[in-house]
Design a protein around this ligand. Structure first.
Ligand code: NAD
Ligand code: TYD
Length: 332
């Protein structure tokens, strides 16, 4: 297959590019190279179009001759969506619509990569199935849900060949260090404070990037048009437990862990029912304990990847997001 991978220079997209290249597929990447997009995530020689999924001419140029599009392009950080949400609406909704218009015009397949966060908070227990109603809590998850809603509408109205995946919290190498695991790992390695939001008892269902990509590939090859497939690790952990494990793995002192004022609207728990994808033959291959150890080791051994990121724009963001919070921190 010749595939267009949008958002392929980001965290999960670049894992997917490497996986599909190993499998012998031909890859073209379209990526806006926002703050989280990074050429260094891509193997040398990959055809990269720097452009925007919300611009029809960028999409049609990059997708020329492709058999399918896998869409990872998004603004992806909940905290940034709370600071400023505009780009989220444009990329998540308008961008998804442009991709759908392209597959409508050309008849090629689309897999749209989404998130468990569209189902909202599952504090009361249970696991979200693909038929559950969407109940997003943050500007990020609401923008993702808006993009998701377009997909079945285009399938029903125009009979496009498109499916959705909804993954749970993903971790692994090359994740921009604003997200929880790479932020805490790199801060612990630098002996900087680890800012735990609120009581730290929020639960996330952790999924290794390779397992996430295996699920997306399966949906690309075997998924049905108009269907949604959950991709969840089934490895639920409280944030405080993950933070303590990162401290152990880095040999950093417990005193670095602090409780800071909570994220507004913070979802307490996500969990996914993955029966549907498992019926296609998928199962996660990485236990969280092993994956976390390998991931922390990757950040320890790859300072050259993340140290340049933790300057400039990142520092400005860090200041806006954490300076006041850290001034109000208490021991966790
Ligand atoms: P990321 O922020 O690392 O990567 C996003 C990529 O999209 C970047 O390379 C960025 O430059 C690019 N991009 C942003 N706007 C664009 C635009 N308008 N046009 C073209 N490119 C654009 O994020 P990620 O964690 O790799 O997430 C990839 C996808 O997976 C997203 O759709 C996200 O919602 C979804 N997802 C992520 C997680 C997670 O835990 N990280 C979990 C489930 C689903
Ligand atoms: P994050 O990686 O931002 O993913 P999401 O909000 O999309 O699930 O955060 C994962 C969890 O970690 C979430 O419950 C928020 C929490 N968290 C902190 O406690 N401190 C932090 O500095 C960050 C970034 C996240």
């Amino acid at each position: 297959m010749k595939l267009l991978v949008t958002g392929g220079a980001g965290f999960i997209g670049s894992h997917f590019v490497k996986r599909m290249l190993r499998g012998g597929d031909e890859i073209v990447v379209l990526d806006k190279l926002t703050y989280s997009g990074n050429r260094a995530n891509l193997p040398p020689g990959v055809e990269l179009h720097v452009g925007d999924i919300a611009e029809p001419s960028h999409v049609s140029r990059a997708a020329h001759g492709c058999d399918a599009i896998v869409n990872f392009a998004a603004e992806t950080h909940v905290d940034r969506s709370i600071l400023a949400a505009e780009d989220f609406g444009r990329t998540e909704f308008r961008g998804t619509q442009v991709l759908l218009e392209h597959v409508r015009a050309t008849g090629i397949r689309l897999v749209h990569v989404s998130t468990d966060e569209v189902y909202g908070d599952l504090e009361a227990g249970g696991a979200a199935t693909e038929n559950d109603r969407l109940h997003p809590s943050s500007p990020y998850s609401a923008a993702k849900a808006a993009g998701d809603l377009l997909v079945p509408a285009y399938v029903r109205t125009f009979e496009v060949n498109a499916s959705i995946t909804r993954g749970s919290n993903t971790y692994g190498a090359n994740q921009y260090p604003e997200k929880f695991i790479p932020l805490f790992a790199t801060n612990a390695l630098d002996r900087e404070p680890l800012p735990l939001y609120g009581d730290g008892r929020q639960v996330r269902d952790w999924l290794h990037a390779d397992d996430h990509c295996a699920g997306i590939e399966l949906v690309l090859r075997k998924g049905a048009a108009g269907e949604v497939y959950n991709v969840g690790g089934g490895d639920e952990h409280e944030n405080i437990e993950v933070a303590e494990r990162i401290l152990e793995l880095t040999g950093a002192p417990r005193s670095l862990l602090c409780s800071v004022p909570d994220r507004p609207g913070h979802d307490r728990r996500y969990a996914l029912d993955t029966t549907k994808l498992r019926a296609l033959g998928w199962a996660p291959a990485h236990a969280f304990e092993d994956g976390l150890r390998e991931t922390v080791a990757w950040y320890r051994d790859n300072r050259a990847w993340w140290e340049p990121i933790k300057s400039g724009e990142y520092r400005d963001y860090y200041e806006r997001q954490y300076a006041e919070r850290l001034a109000n921190a208490t021991p966790a």
